[in-house]
Ligand binder design. Structure first.
Ligand SMILES: NC(=O)c1ccc[n+]([C@@H]2O[C@H](COP(=O)([O-])OP(=O)(O)OC[C@H]3O[C@@H](n4cnc5c(N)ncnc54)[C@H](OP(=O)(O)O)[C@@H]3O)[C@@H](O)[C@H]2O)c1
Length: 325
């Protein structure tokens, strides 16, 4: 079978397309024919050994997949062959077949194609965990989303709207903001043209925003923290800018702000029941037609390096997909 392999840590151009043995499912496992794999910002980091996990090499990028069950290991109902499933696989999705634990497979919702379904787990899972489980976002509250046209950012625009918040989408270009508008943002803020703190303050009658969703970090983080209101919540999602901010704690003290860490992939291991409930809500929204991942670009497997390059170059909006079938 085909696989994109990271044999040596480095930039996307160092990834290679290889033929490797097809795996066998063990007890309690499923063999899934991958139809599509979604890429995320962390794929740009994991192949350079700059991420919090270091997989054994060679490994494949892509942390989430959609596909069809082709074989079942011992102890798994063989009647499941042919089911369409999605799964979060941490890494290793950019290959023709993956083996996953039976409990990792979620049934693919009707009404979505494989490419859209491949991008359901990470961005929506992270965002519902952040907004619902961590920030406890309430209807009528104001939510500022940084990097709002990116993978997790656009998910925050959509889920924030579904939770009844007033969503201020913040991004680096009017083109990116137009996509956020189409996905339900109430207000648009271009942080290249405007000062983020002042603009957020003026959009909230000087009161400040209730919740900040920050997957970008860098200088924008402190500006957004300064624009939170009384009992504000600041969600630390990630650092796509490449800079982990260091912030003065007096900003947190003066407005009784909560700074909330969000580590979704660890939370699903520690709190599997809460994760299952969050994913159930995501699936209900998907089935109702309220959520649908925006697919920016689709690449064939052999073009995975180009796909990861587009994310690293800050060009992608929504999801970037590798199609295998
Ligand atoms: N905590 C968790 O559990 C969790 C889960 C998933 C993802 N994350 C993290 O969230 C962050 C975003 O992930 P993603 O997959 O949504 O990424 P993405 O689709 O690439 O979006 C990132 C956004 O960040 C902004 N950005 C600012 N400076 C950038 C730069 N130098 N390079 C690239 N983008 C830059 C871009 O928006 P503008 O151009 O509009 O500024 C871009 O749309 C990453 O740090 C990722 O590791 C964390």
């Amino acid at each position: 079978m085909r696989a994109i392999l990271c044999e040596t840590f480095g930039p996307p151009e160092g990834l290679v397309l290889a033929e490797i043995d097809k795996p066998e499912p063990g007890p309690g496992e499923l063999l899934v024919r991958v139809h599509a794999a979604a890429l995320n910002f962390f794929d740009t980091l994991i192949i350079e050994n700059k991420y919090q996990f270091t997989p054994d090499r060679p490994f494949s990028p892509a942390g989430e997949i959609s596909g069809v069950i082709e074989a079942c290991g011992e102890g798994v109902d063989a009647g499941r062959v042919g089911e369409r499933v999605i799964a979060y696989v941490r890494w290793g999705g950019a290959r023709d077949y993956v083996v996953i634990k039976v409990e990792e497979a979620l049934l693919m919702p009707d009404g979505l194609g494989f490419e859209e379904a491949a991008g359901l787990m990470i961005t929506y899972g992270t965002t519902i965990y952040a907004l619902r489980s961590r920030a406890k976002l309430q209807p009528g509250e104001t939510l500022a989303v940084l990097g709002a046209s990116g993978g997790v950012g656009l998910a925050a625009v959509e889920i924030g709207r579904l939770m009844g918040a007033r969503v201020i989408a913040c991004a680096s270009s009017d083109d990116k903001l137009a996509l956020c508008k189409a996905h339900g943002a109430d207000e648009l803020l271009n942080y290249v043209k405007l000062d983020l703190k002042s603009a957020l303050k003026s959009l909230t009658d000087r009161r400040g925003v209730d919740v900040v969703y920050d997957p970008v970090g860098g200088d924008l983080a402190e500006a957004a923290l300064r624009a939170t209101g009384w009992y504000g919540r600041f969600l630390v999602i990630g650092f796509a800018s490449g800079t982990i901010p260091k912030m003065p704690l007096n900003l947190v003290m003066l407005k009784s702000v909560d700074v909330l860490g969000v580590f979704w992939s660890e939370s699903i291991l520690i709190e599997p029941q809460a994760h299952a409930e969050n994913m159930l809500q995501i699936m209900e929204w998907v089935k109702a037609g309220d959520l649908k991942p925006h697919i920016d670009r689709v690449y064939p497997l052999e073009k995975t390096p180009e796909a990861i390059r587009a994310i690293a170059n800050r060009e992608a909006k929504g999801k970037v997909i590798v199609s295998l079938v």
